[in-house]
Ligand binder design. Sequence first.
Ligand SMILES: *Cc1c(COP(=O)(O)O)cnc(C)c1O
Length: 403
Amino acid sequence: MIRSVRDQGPTEPPLIPYGRQSISEADIEAVAAVLRSPFLTQGPAVPAFEAALAAKVEAPFAVAANSATSALHLACLALGLGPGDVMWTVPNTFVATANVALQCGADVDFVDIDPETFVMCPKALEAKLGRAAREGRLPKVVTPVHFAGQSVDMAALAVLADRYGFRVLEDASHAVGALYEGRPVGACPYSEIAVFSFHPVKIITTGEGGAAVTRNERLAARMRLLRTHGVTREPDELTRAPDGPWSYEQIALGYNYRLSDIQAALGLSQLQRLEAFVARRREIAGVYDAALQSTSLARAPYQDPKTRSSWHLYVARLAEGLDRRQVFEALRRQGVGVQVHYIPVHAQPFYQARGHRLGDYPAAEAYYRSAITLPIFPELAAAEQAAVLAAFFEALNAAAGAG
Ligand SMILES: *Cc1c(COP(=O)(O)O)cnc(C)c1O
């Protein structure tokens, strides 16, 4: 991760990042094999990766893309999101989740999070839907985010989707390898599409990359079409008799959102270690959880028993009154690459300029003021985690003494 190098001053200890990819010799071999093959892109590796991913998450269809952002954009387009429509998501996410709605020409609005799970609160959603129904401004798409790898209560959302007629798109960027009600996130029993990210900091990586999974063949076909310029050679998609065997037709305005075979080969190789990655992340989270029981200065993240997190992030919340910046800076000085996930999207200057107001999502804003992300990734050594915890407790005690 570049950030870990860039953030290092000359006199500072090496930084333990908050997240980092794990690349094996098998991964390197898989990529090298593609480099020696005839196809660097549009070859067999992408469909092979899609099939393996679909099987892993128990979804019939997977459509790989060059990022989760691209996959989210494709998903919104396939769901028919466009001018005059509204998409709702949460403030506690990366900006891309909200941006894609605007990129479709639709509007975006937000639903507050649950203060315990940090994901979309079904009660807040229900209350907002009631108001929106009275005002005739219901969302077309609702995009919950499985923050840190913990699933939203999808069954509760599905009840509301039935009642109010919106479509559910899961931003599962953090959550490949996670379970909800004992089934893999991505199986989509309560949604139409789920999207994963394969950025190096996420659970498995393709360098850059993402994928949309769905049970709906028509949605998958639409996303595939838009992924590659809206151009098709599929006989049953052609609108005219072909000019010849070379024929292709553009039937929609699409993009070049393709994943390359080089990337897909890495993804396919990484996918074989998904369970091991998640198991190791879970172990690290367990060590943090146990350690945090001995202090009242920070709290471990609550886990809904219906879920089993993939632990993309480990977010501790500082006790009321502690100076988060002081704790953050003390940890960075000790070489601990803590982070903050996320600055609420509605608080970003771009969204403020679009009329979103501070104070409207009190749970997301309160969460943001006290959250700190501790390092978690498969190759974090036990001794490194012990050092992180020692530095964290020292920083907490210093902040409590100062407060
Ligand atoms: C990382 C991330 C994205 C974007 O993923 P890319 O693959 O980098 O485009 C979108 N949403 C969330 C919640 C993310 O964490």
